[in-house]
Design a protein around this ligand. Sequence first.
Ligand code: ZN
Length: 64
Amino acid sequence: MARFRCPDCRAEGPFEYDGTMACPSCGSARVQFALTIEELLDVHPNAFDDIDREIAEFETLTRH
Ligand SMILES: [Zn+2]
């Protein structure tokens, strides 16, 4: 279960993450989320594509 904490309305607690980046309570975009990797990949299946690419570039740079 994902959790959220909002600095604007002070709400926090568990919620169902659906990909929106807004406070479930007041709609603030400053809300902070804590997700498991599985939840993140459910909504953003390509979330780690950029990271994989950066790792590949790093390996290329360090291979001599
Ligand atoms: Zn809020």
